[in-house]
Ligand binder design. Structure first.
Ligand SMILES: [Fe+2]
Length: 350
C-alpha cells in the first residue's frame, strides 16, 4: 500500500514538475531521473555555460520540451578554484536549486566538463586537482560508483539508447584532462597560439574513441566536446588550436564512417550551427554549438566562421534534437531555443 502511495504521488510530482510555473517540492530528491538505455530517444536537450550564481530560469523553458535526455556540454558551474570544498559547494548549490530540480525531475542527465568546472579558465592536463574534480563531477551527474569511468583517468564515456534500429550512441569526450598546454598572446584581444604538435584527447582516449566508433551499430552517433571542433577562425578555445588533433578526428570519422555523425559543443557564450564536408562521408558533418544557459556576450558583434549555417545566436540558449523514427531512416532536426522557449534556429540535418 505504501509503495502504491509513493508511486501515485511520485507520478503526480513528475507531471507537476514538468509543467510550467509549478513549484518543485523541496522534499523530493535532487537526483536526476534514472537512465533507461532501452528508451528510444525522440527529444534530446543540451547546453553549457551555467554560472551557478546567476538566475537558473532557463530550466523551466527547457522542461517545456519534455526532453528524454539532457546532455551537459561543460562549464556546468564556474568553479575556478583549486579548493575542492569551494567546487563541491558550487555543485551542491546548483543541484539543490529549485529550477534545476525541474530538469532532474523530468529527465535523465549525462555530460562532460569544460574548463571552468574542470578547474579554471582554459585549464588542461596541468590542472593539479583533476582527479578530485573528476570525482565531484561524476557525483554531480549521479554516475554510479561501479562505472568503468571511475576506474580510469578522465571523464570520457559513451551511452547507447534505444532498441535495435532506433539506436543513438552518445560519445562524451574529455577535452581537458589530457589536453596539452596552449599559450596566449598578451595585450588586448589575446588569442591562443596554435600548438601544431599538441594533442587534445591523449593516447588512451584516442584508442577508446576509435573502438567506440567502430563498434557502433547506432543509427545516429552524437559526439560531445567541451569546445568547438569545426569553427576555427575565432581567437578562443577550439580544436583548431591543435590542428593535428582536429585533422586526426576528421580522418578517424572518414575512416570509420559512423552513421549520421553529429558534433555538439559548448563554451562560447553563443550558439551556432556549422557544417563541413569530409571526403568519403555521405552526409555533411554538422556541429551544433549551444552555450550560454545563464550568460552570453554582453554586446552584439560579428564573428567569422566560414562553416556557419544561419545566424550567430547571442541570446541565452539551449539546444534540442528532435528525432522522427517513423520512416526507414531517422529524421533529425536541430533547434536552438531560449528564454520563454523562443525558437532561434531550426534545421533538418538528415
Ligand atoms: Fe569553457
Amino acid at each position: 500500500m505504501k509503495k502504491i502511495f509513493i508511486l501515485f504521488f511520485g507520478c503526480l510530482f513528475f507531471i507537476a514538475a514538468c509543467a510550467q510555473d509549478i513549484k518543485v517540492d523541496s522534499k523530493f530528491t535532487n537526483t536526476a531521473r534514472k537512465l533507461d538505455t532501452k528508451n528510444t530517444l525522440q527529444t534530446i536537450a543540451f547546453g553549457s555555460c551555467n554560472n551557478q550564481g546567476k538566475s537558473q530560469e532557463m530550466w523551466k523553458h527547457v522542461v517545456k520540451n519534455k526532453p528524454d535526455l539532457w546532455i551537459w556540454l561543460g562549464d556546468i558551474i564556474y568553479a575556478d578554484t583549486k579548493n575542492m570544498q569551494v567546487m563541491a559547494d558550487k555543485y551542491s548549490s546548483l543541484k539543490n536549486n529549485m529550477d534545476y530540480r525541474r530538469l532532474l525531475a523530468c529527465s535523465p542527465v549525462i555530460g562532460i566538463w569544460d574548463d571552468h568546472d574542470f578547474g579554471w579558465n582554459d585549464a588542461g592536463k596541468e590542472y593539479p586537482m583533476k582527479n578530485e574534480s573528476k570525482r565531484l563531477l561524476l557525483d554531480f551527474l549521479d554516475v554510479p560508483k561501479d562505472t568503468l569511468v571511475r576506474a580510469r583517468e578522465g571523464i570520457y564515456q559513451s551511452y547507447v539508447f534505444g532498441e535495435k534500429g532506433k539506436k543513438i550512441k552518445i560519445i562524451l569526450l574529455d577535452t581537458r584532462f589530457f589536453r596539452d598546454n596552449v599559450e596566449r598572446t598578451t595585450g588586448r584581444n589575446k588569442r591562443y597560439i596554435v600548438n601544431n604538435e599538441g594533442d587534445v584527447l591523449g593516447d588512451a582516449q584516442w584508442v577508446w574513441l576509435e573502438k567506440e566508433l567502430e563498434s557502433s551499430d547506432a543509427q545516429i552517433n552524437i559526439i560531445a566536446s567541451g569546445y568547438q571542433i569545426i569553427s576555427k577562425e575565432h581567437r578562443f578555445a577550439k580544436w583548431g588550436n591543435f590542428p593535428k588533433a582536429r585533422a586526426r578526428l576528421f580522418k578517424l570519422l572518414q575512416k570509420v564512417k559512423p552513421a549520421m555523425p553529429i558534433l555538439i559543443t559548448g563554451d562560447r557564450h553563443i550558439a551556432e550551427l556549422s557544417r563541413t564536408r569530409l571526403v568519403g562521408l555521405e552526409n555533411p558533418l554538422f556541429e551544433i554549438t549551444s552555450s550560454g544557459l545563464t550568460h552570453t556576450w554582453s554586446e552584439k558583434r560579428k564573428e567569422a566562421n566560414q562553416y556557419r549555417v544561419g545566424d550567430l545566436i547571442i541570446e541565452k540558449n539551449f539546444g534540442l534534437f528532435k528525432i522522427d523514427w517513423s520512416g526507414e531512416q531517422p529524421k533529425v532536426t536541430v533547434e536552438v531555443r531560449g528564454l520563454n522557449n523562443v525558437l532561434f534556429l531550426k534545421k533538418g540535418l538528415f
